[in-house]
Design a protein around this ligand. Structure first.
Ligand code: NOJ
Length: 551
């Protein structure tokens, strides 16, 4: 395969502006499942503080924390009741300030989740809107509309909630009669805010400042594509062929992000916004990633790609040529099936609604190890999801009565939802709850599989071929080989089913074929995701080589 001069240029041109986050490894902390400090069975800030050293030793550069705000937890904290305070289940505002300071002392940057598309139905604004009635300025902060049909019994339009059922709920007015409907793209408890409303914009600028003043290094923007709606709220069934959804990717979004960029740029240090846009292909992210808007966005095209070299290469090329230095590589998060499980299935692409099917965990583990080396070798930032460094799999057998994800109820028990990737981490093989909490703690809020005993962090530490030591080694080499420099990438021809590329004195080879693959000439094999066989790379294995082989 020939080198691609256009690709080299695209990536290099952005290097001039490279900031720490362009090459950083972020570690996603899903707080309620990370570590329990107070023994109530739910992860919290005290638990995180106690594990900052672990994260430092792992070798990541930054942590991203899922929402920690006051919340009734109808959607794991993505239903925020107070954006300026911490939910008591996680700790206090003072604890949050300590986490920020202590993370910084461990050389870890801190990114927090911002949830601007919707708040909780317990937020003071929504309660005021219910009390104030139709036509009030309080209701104008949300999307309240009269229903259709006789007496307004039908929702105002046909939009579906992403969690199942309609995206509208009818309220009971102060006089006790059914009244207007309000829009919620997610659960009933998550009313959408109206970003046409000046007060909404001003409020979020205040919230961003509140946290920037407390030292956070940036924000992950939840549902970044959906803040602005087509104000006509048109039905989707009758929209013109080829036109997008009226709640996604609307022009008005750019102005919001330009305002936010000006705001964050007024603070010292390189702070960032990373957008959660479920827009695919990756090229659709590009309009948001200019120097006056967002710094980066999650690469869900990469996360969704099956274990197929051509598809992976297409996504990598498209990413580097369109978003360049803002490239990110993501395989898992708190919303999707853990990639180790995905890679062990017959269909390895990402699909939320896939029923649990037969999984070959051994194969999935081999591929997950190889995929870690691929992601960590690519130019750009990498987002790791807690537990992937331990080789955790998706838990498919959570008892029905323990399922917390609103998807379960809203789909009439058709979709089990995302709890399977949110099971509390195993820290100590020999302790109850695998050391998720302190001695004597309540059991973890979701049960851990017995098989996770061998995956506990303390069972893997120091074991050379463990997943944890593979991640540690890869992160160490990534730093020491200066792989943190956002340089160019050149594809190498290493045979069918083999993905190989080089970057300044270093190359990565991934064998997805079913047979042994020749390793290109090199000075040294720096790291391999599995044992080599007579100097050949086995199937579903990747390695890192020093010295650039000839193309
Ligand atoms: C995306 C978040 O990652 C997910 O967990 C949440 O349910 C939705 N946005 C709604 O906030």
């Amino acid at each position: 395969m020939a080198d691609r001069p256009d690709l080299r240029t695209a990536v290099r041109s952005a290097v001039a502006e490279a900031a720490w986050y362009h090459t950083a490894v972020f570690y996603q902390v899903y707080l309620r499942s990370f570590a329990d400090g107070n023994g109530d069975g739910v992860g919290d800030l005290a638990g995180l503080r106690a594990r900052l050293q672990y994260l430092r030793e792992l070798g990541v550069d930054a942590i991203w924390l899922n929402p920690w705000y006051c919340s009734p937890m109808a959607d794991g904290g993505y239903d925020v009741a107070d954006y300026r305070d911490i939910d008591p289940v996680f700790g206090t505002l003072a604890d949050a300030e300590s986490v920020i300071a202590e993370a910084h002392a461990h050389q870890l940057k801190v990114i927090i989740d911002m949830v601007p598309n919707h708040c909780s139905n317990q937020h003071r604004w929504f309660r005021a809107a219910l009390a104030a009635g139709p036509g009030s300025p309080e209701r104008a902060r949300f999307w309240f509309r009269p229903g259709r049909g006789e007496s307004g019994v039908q929702p105002p339009n046909d939009w579906p909630s992403k969690f199942g059922g309609p995206a509208w709920t009818r309220v009971i007015e102060q006089d006790g009669a059914p009244g207007e409907w309000y829009l919620h793209l997610y659960a009933t408890e998550q009313p959408d805010l109206n970003w046409e409303n000046r007060e909404v914009r001003a409020e979020f600028e205040g919230i961003l400042r509140f946290w920037l003043d407390r030292g956070v290094d940036g924000f992950r923007i939840d549902v970044a594509e959906a803040l602005v709606k087509d104000p006509a709220l048109p039905d989707v069934a009758t929209r013109a062929e080829g036109s997008g959804m009226p709640w996604e990717d609307q022009d008005g979004l750019h102005d919001i992000y330009r305002d936010w960029r000006r705001l964050i740029d007024s603070y010292p240090g390189d702070r960032l916004f990373v957008g959660e846009f479920w827009l695919r292909p990756v090229t659709r992210l590009q309009p948001y990633l200019s120097s006056d808007q967002l710094h980066m966005a999650f690469n869900f095209d990469y996360l969704s790609a099956p274990w197929d070299p051509a598809r992976l290469r297409t996504v990598i090329d498209a990413t580097l040529s369109t978003v360049g230095a803002a490239a990110s590589w993501v395989l898992s998060n708190h919303d999707v099936t853990r990639h180790l499980t995905r890679y062990g299935r017959a269909d390895t692409s990402h699909d939320w609604r896939r029923d649990p099917s037969t999984v070959d965990l051994e194969l999935g583990t081999r591929r997950a190890r190889a995929a870690a080396l691929l992601s960590l070798a690519l130019p750009g930032s990498v987002y790791l999801y807690q537990g992937e460094e331990l080789g955790l799999w998706e838990v498919d057998d959570i008892p029905d009565e323990l399922i917390a994800d609103p998807l379960w109820e809203r789909t009439g028990h058709l979709v089990r939802g995302r709890d399977g990737c949110r099971v509390p981490l195993p820290w100590q093989a020999g302790a109850p709850g695998f050391g998720f909490g302190p001695p004597g703690a309540a059991p973890p809020w979701l049960p851990q599989p017995a098989g996770w005993r061998d995956l506990a962090a303390d069972a893997q530490a120091g074991v050379p071929d463990s997943m944890l030591e593979l991640y540690r080694a890869a992160l160490r080499i990534r730093r020491s080989r200066r792989l943190t420099v956002a340089d160019s990438l050149a594809w190498l021809d290493a045979g069918a089913g083999v993905l190989a590329f080089s970057r300044s004195g270093f190359s990565c080879v991934l064998n997805t074929s079913g047979r042994l693959a020749r390793i290109p000439p090199c000075e040294e094999v720096l790291l391999a995701s599995g044992p080599l066989v007579e100097d050949m790379l086995p199937p579903d294995t990747a390695c890192w080589l020093s010295a650039k082989p000839s193309p």
